[in-house]
Design a binder for this molecule. Structure first.
Ligand code: ZN
Ligand code: ZN
Length: 92
C-alpha cells in the first residue's frame, strides 16, 4: 500500500529533488520504538537501498563514511539556511 501511494519512488530522494525507483518500505518510527505503528501507513515510506542504509547506520560499520558524509551535507544545509538572517557569518 505504501509503495503504491509513493509510486514506487524513494521518498527521501524525492524530498531532495531526485527520482529513484525503490521497492523497500521503511518504518519512519522504528518498530522497536513503537510497536503499534508497525502497520500505520503514515509511518511507512518507500525508500531506496542507499537511503535505507543511511537510516540504519547501526546495521554495519562499513556505512560509517556514508553517514558522516550525510551529516556533513546536512550541516552545510544548515549553514546555508542561516545565511538568510543578519547574524555574523563568522559565527559559523
Ligand atoms: Zn533514496
Ligand atoms: Zn528501515
Amino acid at each position: 500500500m505504501a509503495l503504491t501511494r509513493d509510486h514506487y519512488l524513494c521518498q527521501v530522494c524525492y524530498r531532495q529533488g531526485r527520482v529513484t525507483p525503490a521497492r523497500t518500505v521503511h518504518h519512519i518510527v522504528h518498530i522497536k520504538d513503537d510497536w503499534d505503528k508497525r502497520l500505520d501507513l503514515d509511518n511507512l515510506e518507500t525508500i531506496c537501498l542507499e537511503c535505507h542504509n543511511k537510516e540504519h547506520p547501526e546495521k554495519g560499520a562499513k556505512n560509517k563514511g556514508q553517514v558522516l558524509r550525510h551529516y556533513k551535507q546536512r550541516h552545510r544545509n544548515d549553514i546555508f539556511k542561516f545565511k538568510g538572517n543578519d547574524d555574523d557569518p563568522m559565527l559559523f
